[in-house]
Design a protein around this ligand. Structure first.
Ligand SMILES: Nc1nc(=O)c2c([nH]1)NC[C@@H]1CN(c3ccc(C(=O)N[C@@H](CCC(=O)O)C(=O)O)cc3)CN21
Ligand SMILES: CC(C)C(=O)C(=O)O
Length: 293
């Protein structure tokens, strides 16, 4: 590999960070500039999340997004970065029905997007799917707590595991996914005490989103943290910028310039030698004479 800092990340890097007690930084990205920005900012893991269904494709949930759509996003992300670990979400309906389907879909993502790992949601039957994909040689990130692909069954986009019994179910799922060979887990929208109680029992790196500070790293949706997304934000979202407002201001300033005739300015125009433009006028005159005959 080339110079230090430009080496492509390896799956084992997350475990090394956990062992060293260094927080792991993960963000989503869905396209080429998003991946470039994530890499330039020095993030460790870029997730091509199915949240892209909502943030960049405009669907009302993550459920409708297709494998082909996710693969297009994943390929664009691959072209935009070298170093961060590249994880791809398998979309709803593309892995649940059987181990064969899960492996086939995961293989498509690896072959067609060049991702390092895939992420699948839930415990239960997902545990077997995770084991099958791992057995096929593809690293799997698990995802427990709030699992948006099945949020309908969970009562909507709301925190999970708020009672001891429900919390135990989340812990069981996390431990089962670890047992199935997941190299890392995402835990989403759970009480901080749940995550804190679970952490000593997990040896794989755990990335939290709305799971408090006890975990090994944090993930946020790029469009949420930059303030590009304008929908209702979850409790865990911290908005570090207001890019949506800045983007609207930029386009509005352009529109105002066009309408005022102040764009394009001299510096945005191509010139032509005086002799050539004089000759062009002559040639056009001949053209008209010909047409009018
Ligand atoms: N832009 C974006 N960011 C996300 O984090 C995200 C998505 N999209 N799409 C898929 C899921 C949905 N997510 C969400 C969305 C909303 C809440 C939310 O509003 N939660 C409320 C509680 C709502 C309730 O109890 O009814 C909260 O207070 O956190 C949580 C997770 C996380 N994921
Ligand atoms: C929020 C993260 C964990 C995710 O699953 C997504 O972006 O789809």
């Amino acid at each position: 590999m080339s110079a230090r800092g430009t080496r492509r990340a390896a799956i084992g890097d997350l475990a090394a960070k956990k062992a060293a007690g260094e927080p792991i930084v993960m963000v989503t990205a869905y396209d080429y500039p998003g991946a470039q920005v994530a890499e330039a900012a020095g993030v460790d893991v870029v997730l091509v999340g199915d949240s892209g269904a909502m943030t960049v494709l405009g669907y009302e949930s993550t459920v409708p997004v297709t494998v082909d759509e996710m693969i297009m996003l994943g390929r664009a992300v691959r072209r935009g970065m070298t170093r961060p670990l590249h994880v791809a979400d398998l979309p709803f309906g593309s892995y649940e029905a059987s181990d064969e389907l899960a492996v086939t879909t995961a293989q498509r993502f690896v072959k067609e997007t060049g991702c390092d790992a895939v992420k699948i949601e839930g415990g239960g039957r997902t545990v077997d799917r995770a084991a099958a994909i791992v057995a096929a040689g593809i690293p799997v990130m698990g995802h427990v707590g709030l699992t948006p692909q099945t949020a309908g069954a969970l009562g909507g986009y709301r925190a999970q595991g708020r009672t001891a019994d429900e919390a135990l179910a989340v812990c069981r799922d996390a431990l089962a996914l670890q047992g199935a060979g997941c190299f890392s887990l995402v835990i989403e929208a759970v009480p901080s005490p749940l995550a804190a109680a679970l952490m000593p029992r997990l040896h794989v790196p755990v990335i939290g989103i709305g799971a408090g500070p006890a975990v090994d790293g944090q993930v946020l949706v790029l469009h949420d943290l930059l303030g590009i997304h304008d929908g209702p934000a979850a409790r865990f979202v911290k908005r570090y910028d207001g890019l949506r407002e800045r983007m609207i201001d930029g386009v509005a300033a352009y529109a105002a310039d066009v309408r005022a005739g102040s764009y394009p300015g001299p510096e945005h125009q191509y010139g032509m030698p005086e002799a050539e433009s004089a000759r062009l006028a002559e040639l056009l005159g001949d053209l008209e004479d010909g047409a009018n005959r």
